[in-house]
Write a protein of this length. Structure first.
Length: 319
Protein backbone atom coordinates (compact mmCIF):
# COMPACT_ATOMS: atom_id res chain seq x y z
CA UNK A 1 0.00 0.00 0.00
CA UNK A 2 1.16 3.57 0.62
CA UNK A 3 4.27 2.66 2.60
CA UNK A 4 5.45 0.35 -0.16
CA UNK A 5 5.13 3.07 -2.78
CA UNK A 6 7.34 5.42 -0.81
CA UNK A 7 10.15 3.08 0.11
CA UNK A 8 13.10 5.14 -1.16
CA UNK A 9 14.00 8.83 -1.30
CA UNK A 10 14.13 8.76 -5.10
CA UNK A 11 10.54 7.56 -5.39
CA UNK A 12 8.98 9.55 -2.55
CA UNK A 13 7.94 12.64 -4.51
CA UNK A 14 6.66 10.70 -7.51
CA UNK A 15 4.82 8.23 -5.30
CA UNK A 16 3.25 10.96 -3.20
CA UNK A 17 2.10 12.88 -6.28
CA UNK A 18 0.62 9.71 -7.70
CA UNK A 19 -1.31 9.00 -4.52
CA UNK A 20 -2.49 12.62 -4.35
CA UNK A 21 -3.78 12.46 -7.91
CA UNK A 22 -5.64 9.21 -7.26
CA UNK A 23 -7.18 10.64 -4.08
CA UNK A 24 -8.33 13.82 -5.82
CA UNK A 25 -9.82 11.91 -8.74
CA UNK A 26 -11.55 9.36 -6.52
CA UNK A 27 -12.99 11.33 -3.62
CA UNK A 28 -15.60 8.65 -2.96
CA UNK A 29 -13.03 5.85 -2.84
CA UNK A 30 -12.16 5.18 0.79
CA UNK A 31 -9.02 3.22 -0.08
CA UNK A 32 -7.65 6.07 -2.20
CA UNK A 33 -8.25 8.53 0.64
CA UNK A 34 -6.67 6.20 3.18
CA UNK A 35 -3.57 5.51 1.06
CA UNK A 36 -2.81 9.18 0.55
CA UNK A 37 -3.53 9.98 4.19
CA UNK A 38 -1.17 7.24 5.37
CA UNK A 39 1.55 8.45 3.01
CA UNK A 40 1.26 11.96 4.44
CA UNK A 41 1.19 10.53 7.96
CA UNK A 42 4.42 8.62 7.28
CA UNK A 43 6.08 11.90 6.30
CA UNK A 44 4.97 13.56 9.52
CA UNK A 45 2.44 15.82 7.77
CA UNK A 46 -0.21 15.19 10.38
CA UNK A 47 -2.50 18.13 9.67
CA UNK A 48 -2.47 17.36 5.94
CA UNK A 49 -3.10 13.66 6.50
CA UNK A 50 -6.04 14.01 8.87
CA UNK A 51 -8.76 15.15 6.37
CA UNK A 52 -8.03 12.17 4.11
CA UNK A 53 -8.12 9.68 6.98
CA UNK A 54 -11.33 11.25 8.27
CA UNK A 55 -12.88 11.07 4.81
CA UNK A 56 -11.97 7.39 4.51
CA UNK A 57 -13.68 6.66 7.84
CA UNK A 58 -16.75 8.67 6.81
CA UNK A 59 -17.03 6.76 3.52
CA UNK A 60 -16.71 3.38 5.25
CA UNK A 61 -17.87 3.92 8.85
CA UNK A 62 -17.92 0.20 9.63
CA UNK A 63 -14.23 -0.27 8.79
CA UNK A 64 -12.10 -0.94 11.85
CA UNK A 65 -8.97 -0.23 9.82
CA UNK A 66 -9.99 3.37 9.14
CA UNK A 67 -10.73 3.89 12.85
CA UNK A 68 -7.33 2.47 13.75
CA UNK A 69 -5.57 4.89 11.43
CA UNK A 70 -7.57 7.82 12.76
CA UNK A 71 -6.75 6.81 16.32
CA UNK A 72 -3.03 6.84 15.55
CA UNK A 73 -3.28 10.20 13.79
CA UNK A 74 -5.27 11.82 16.60
CA UNK A 75 -2.80 10.44 19.12
CA UNK A 76 0.13 12.04 17.33
CA UNK A 77 -1.83 15.31 17.19
CA UNK A 78 -2.42 15.00 20.97
CA UNK A 79 -6.18 14.95 20.52
CA UNK A 80 -6.57 12.34 23.19
CA UNK A 81 -10.35 11.99 23.51
CA UNK A 82 -10.78 11.55 19.77
CA UNK A 83 -7.90 9.07 19.66
CA UNK A 84 -9.48 7.01 22.42
CA UNK A 85 -12.94 7.10 20.88
CA UNK A 86 -11.64 5.95 17.49
CA UNK A 87 -9.61 3.15 19.07
CA UNK A 88 -12.58 1.94 21.10
CA UNK A 89 -14.81 2.09 18.00
CA UNK A 90 -12.27 0.03 16.07
CA UNK A 91 -12.32 -2.55 18.84
CA UNK A 92 -16.12 -2.60 18.90
CA UNK A 93 -16.23 -3.12 15.13
CA UNK A 94 -13.64 -5.90 15.14
CA UNK A 95 -13.00 -7.62 18.46
CA UNK A 96 -10.31 -9.79 16.89
CA UNK A 97 -8.22 -6.93 15.48
CA UNK A 98 -4.90 -6.71 17.39
CA UNK A 99 -4.16 -3.21 16.08
CA UNK A 100 -7.28 -1.88 17.79
CA UNK A 101 -6.44 -3.43 21.15
CA UNK A 102 -2.82 -2.33 20.83
CA UNK A 103 -3.89 1.28 20.31
CA UNK A 104 -6.13 1.10 23.37
CA UNK A 105 -3.15 -0.16 25.35
CA UNK A 106 -0.89 2.57 23.99
CA UNK A 107 -3.26 5.33 25.05
CA UNK A 108 -3.60 3.96 28.57
CA UNK A 109 0.19 3.61 28.80
CA UNK A 110 0.72 7.18 27.63
CA UNK A 111 -1.68 8.39 30.32
CA UNK A 112 0.20 6.39 32.97
CA UNK A 113 -2.70 3.97 33.48
CA UNK A 114 -0.34 1.04 33.45
CA UNK A 115 -2.71 -1.59 34.85
CA UNK A 116 -5.21 -0.89 32.08
CA UNK A 117 -2.41 -0.73 29.51
CA UNK A 118 -1.04 -4.11 30.57
CA UNK A 119 -4.53 -5.63 30.38
CA UNK A 120 -5.05 -4.32 26.84
CA UNK A 121 -1.62 -5.56 25.76
CA UNK A 122 -2.55 -8.97 27.14
CA UNK A 123 -5.72 -8.91 25.02
CA UNK A 124 -3.56 -8.06 22.01
CA UNK A 125 -1.20 -10.95 22.71
CA UNK A 126 -4.15 -13.32 23.04
CA UNK A 127 -5.07 -12.35 19.46
CA UNK A 128 -1.53 -12.13 18.06
CA UNK A 129 0.85 -14.08 20.34
CA UNK A 130 3.79 -13.86 17.93
CA UNK A 131 3.95 -10.04 17.80
CA UNK A 132 7.26 -9.31 19.51
CA UNK A 133 6.69 -5.51 19.53
CA UNK A 134 3.52 -5.96 21.57
CA UNK A 135 5.41 -8.29 23.89
CA UNK A 136 8.04 -5.63 24.55
CA UNK A 137 5.36 -2.97 25.07
CA UNK A 138 3.64 -5.27 27.57
CA UNK A 139 6.91 -5.86 29.41
CA UNK A 140 7.57 -2.12 29.44
CA UNK A 141 4.13 -1.53 30.98
CA UNK A 142 4.51 -4.26 33.59
CA UNK A 143 7.78 -2.73 34.77
CA UNK A 144 5.64 0.02 36.33
CA UNK A 145 3.50 -2.46 38.27
CA UNK A 146 4.29 -3.52 41.86
CA UNK A 147 5.44 -6.94 40.75
CA UNK A 148 7.90 -9.15 42.57
CA UNK A 149 11.21 -10.03 40.88
CA UNK A 150 9.81 -13.53 40.40
CA UNK A 151 6.81 -12.19 38.50
CA UNK A 152 9.04 -10.02 36.33
CA UNK A 153 11.33 -12.97 35.58
CA UNK A 154 8.37 -15.18 34.64
CA UNK A 155 7.06 -12.49 32.27
CA UNK A 156 10.42 -12.46 30.51
CA UNK A 157 10.43 -16.24 30.34
CA UNK A 158 7.04 -16.07 28.61
CA UNK A 159 8.54 -13.62 26.12
CA UNK A 160 11.53 -15.90 25.52
CA UNK A 161 9.33 -18.94 24.96
CA UNK A 162 7.04 -17.11 22.56
CA UNK A 163 9.57 -15.08 20.57
CA UNK A 164 13.20 -16.06 21.06
CA UNK A 165 12.89 -19.85 21.12
CA UNK A 166 11.51 -20.07 17.55
CA UNK A 167 14.37 -17.82 16.35
CA UNK A 168 17.09 -20.19 17.49
CA UNK A 169 16.91 -22.12 14.23
CA UNK A 170 18.17 -18.94 12.51
CA UNK A 171 21.27 -18.67 14.69
CA UNK A 172 24.56 -19.16 12.83
CA UNK A 173 27.98 -20.15 14.05
CA UNK A 174 30.15 -17.21 14.99
CA UNK A 175 33.56 -16.68 13.43
CA UNK A 176 35.04 -14.52 16.18
CA UNK A 177 38.58 -15.44 17.20
CA UNK A 178 38.33 -17.38 20.52
CA UNK A 179 41.43 -15.80 22.05
CA UNK A 180 41.02 -15.00 25.78
CA UNK A 181 43.87 -12.48 25.57
CA UNK A 182 42.53 -10.47 22.66
CA UNK A 183 40.98 -7.01 22.84
CA UNK A 184 37.24 -7.63 23.05
CA UNK A 185 34.90 -5.84 20.65
CA UNK A 186 31.86 -4.59 22.56
CA UNK A 187 28.79 -3.35 20.70
CA UNK A 188 26.07 -1.14 22.16
CA UNK A 189 22.55 -0.80 20.68
CA UNK A 190 20.09 1.95 21.56
CA UNK A 191 18.69 5.31 20.62
CA UNK A 192 19.34 7.59 23.58
CA UNK A 193 22.79 8.76 22.53
CA UNK A 194 21.73 12.35 23.14
CA UNK A 195 20.76 14.69 25.98
CA UNK A 196 18.60 12.14 27.78
CA UNK A 197 18.44 10.78 31.32
CA UNK A 198 19.48 7.30 30.15
CA UNK A 199 22.56 8.67 28.40
CA UNK A 200 23.84 10.17 31.63
CA UNK A 201 23.70 6.71 33.22
CA UNK A 202 25.36 4.61 30.52
CA UNK A 203 27.71 7.39 29.41
CA UNK A 204 29.99 6.46 32.30
CA UNK A 205 30.58 3.10 30.62
CA UNK A 206 32.00 4.86 27.59
CA UNK A 207 34.02 7.15 29.81
CA UNK A 208 35.66 4.52 32.01
CA UNK A 209 35.89 1.37 29.88
CA UNK A 210 39.52 0.27 29.54
CA UNK A 211 40.22 0.85 25.85
CA UNK A 212 43.35 -1.27 25.96
CA UNK A 213 41.14 -4.26 26.70
CA UNK A 214 37.87 -3.27 24.98
CA UNK A 215 36.95 -1.73 21.65
CA UNK A 216 33.55 0.00 21.48
CA UNK A 217 31.23 -0.02 18.47
CA UNK A 218 27.95 1.88 18.75
CA UNK A 219 24.81 1.03 16.76
CA UNK A 220 22.76 4.20 17.12
CA UNK A 221 19.11 4.57 16.11
CA UNK A 222 18.76 8.34 16.27
CA UNK A 223 15.56 10.35 16.25
CA UNK A 224 17.44 13.52 17.24
CA UNK A 225 21.11 14.44 17.59
CA UNK A 226 22.93 17.04 19.67
CA UNK A 227 26.31 17.70 21.30
CA UNK A 228 25.88 14.62 23.50
CA UNK A 229 25.54 12.55 20.33
CA UNK A 230 28.86 14.00 19.15
CA UNK A 231 30.43 13.00 22.47
CA UNK A 232 29.27 9.39 22.11
CA UNK A 233 30.48 9.28 18.50
CA UNK A 234 33.92 10.53 19.55
CA UNK A 235 33.98 8.04 22.45
CA UNK A 236 33.31 5.10 20.08
CA UNK A 237 35.96 3.20 18.15
CA UNK A 238 33.28 2.49 15.56
CA UNK A 239 30.03 4.36 14.95
CA UNK A 240 27.12 2.91 12.96
CA UNK A 241 24.10 5.13 12.32
CA UNK A 242 21.43 2.43 11.99
CA UNK A 243 18.45 4.78 11.92
CA UNK A 244 15.66 3.17 9.87
CA UNK A 245 17.69 -0.02 9.33
CA UNK A 246 15.70 -3.28 9.63
CA UNK A 247 16.75 -5.46 12.54
CA UNK A 248 18.04 -8.18 10.23
CA UNK A 249 20.36 -5.66 8.53
CA UNK A 250 21.67 -4.41 11.89
CA UNK A 251 22.29 -8.00 12.98
CA UNK A 252 24.34 -8.64 9.84
CA UNK A 253 26.37 -5.48 10.52
CA UNK A 254 27.10 -6.72 14.05
CA UNK A 255 28.20 -10.07 12.65
CA UNK A 256 30.45 -8.44 10.04
CA UNK A 257 31.99 -6.26 12.76
CA UNK A 258 32.82 -9.44 14.70
CA UNK A 259 31.33 -8.07 17.91
CA UNK A 260 32.15 -10.33 20.87
CA UNK A 261 29.66 -8.87 23.34
CA UNK A 262 26.48 -7.03 22.28
CA UNK A 263 24.83 -4.91 24.98
CA UNK A 264 21.35 -3.40 24.81
CA UNK A 265 21.04 0.08 26.36
CA UNK A 266 17.35 0.74 25.65
CA UNK A 267 15.48 -1.90 27.62
CA UNK A 268 11.89 -2.25 26.42
CA UNK A 269 11.67 1.23 24.93
CA UNK A 270 11.18 1.94 21.25
CA UNK A 271 14.88 2.05 20.24
CA UNK A 272 15.97 -1.18 21.88
CA UNK A 273 16.18 -3.38 18.76
CA UNK A 274 15.82 -6.46 20.92
CA UNK A 275 15.14 -8.48 17.78
CA UNK A 276 18.78 -7.85 16.82
CA UNK A 277 19.86 -9.50 20.06
CA UNK A 278 17.44 -12.37 19.63
CA UNK A 279 19.01 -13.13 16.25
CA UNK A 280 22.28 -13.62 18.21
CA UNK A 281 24.79 -11.98 15.87
CA UNK A 282 27.38 -11.92 18.67
CA UNK A 283 28.52 -14.80 20.90
CA UNK A 284 27.31 -13.01 24.01
CA UNK A 285 24.27 -10.75 24.25
CA UNK A 286 23.39 -8.75 27.36
CA UNK A 287 19.83 -7.52 27.68
CA UNK A 288 17.94 -5.92 30.57
CA UNK A 289 16.00 -7.74 33.22
CA UNK A 290 14.23 -4.89 34.90
CA UNK A 291 11.46 -4.62 37.46
CA UNK A 292 10.89 -1.13 38.78
CA UNK A 293 8.18 -2.25 41.19
CA UNK A 294 6.54 1.17 41.16
CA UNK A 295 3.70 1.46 43.63
CA UNK A 296 2.88 5.07 42.93
CA UNK A 297 0.40 5.73 40.11
CA UNK A 298 1.69 9.29 39.92
CA UNK A 299 5.26 8.07 39.46
CA UNK A 300 4.11 5.64 36.77
CA UNK A 301 2.32 8.43 34.95
CA UNK A 302 5.41 10.61 35.06
CA UNK A 303 7.68 7.89 33.74
CA UNK A 304 5.24 6.88 31.03
CA UNK A 305 4.95 10.47 29.84
CA UNK A 306 8.75 10.63 29.51
CA UNK A 307 8.41 8.02 26.77
CA UNK A 308 6.53 10.39 24.47
CA UNK A 309 9.30 10.19 21.87
CA UNK A 310 8.23 6.58 21.39
CA UNK A 311 4.54 7.18 20.82
CA UNK A 312 4.69 6.29 17.15
CA UNK A 313 5.94 2.84 18.00
CA UNK A 314 3.23 2.20 20.53
CA UNK A 315 0.45 3.25 18.18
CA UNK A 316 -0.23 1.15 15.10
CA UNK A 317 -1.83 1.85 11.75
CA UNK A 318 -3.53 -0.44 9.30
CA UNK A 319 -2.40 -0.19 5.69
Amino acid sequence: MAAQLLDSPASQDAGLHRLARVARNNRLDASAQQDYGLALLAQGRLDDALPYLERAAALEPLSADHRINLSAAYHQLMRWEQAYWQASEAHRLDLSNPLATNNMAALHLFWGEVEDAAAWYEKTLAIDPSNWVVWTNWLFATDFLPWTPEQAAEAREQFNRAIQAPLKRRWRQHTNEPDPEKRLRVGFTGGDFRAHSAAYMFGTIYEHLDRERFEVVTYADLSTTDQVTDWFRDASNGWRDVTAWPDEVIAEAVRRDRIDVLIDLAGFTDKSHLMVHMLKPAPLSIRPILSLGLRSRKAAATLASERNDGVDVCMTISS
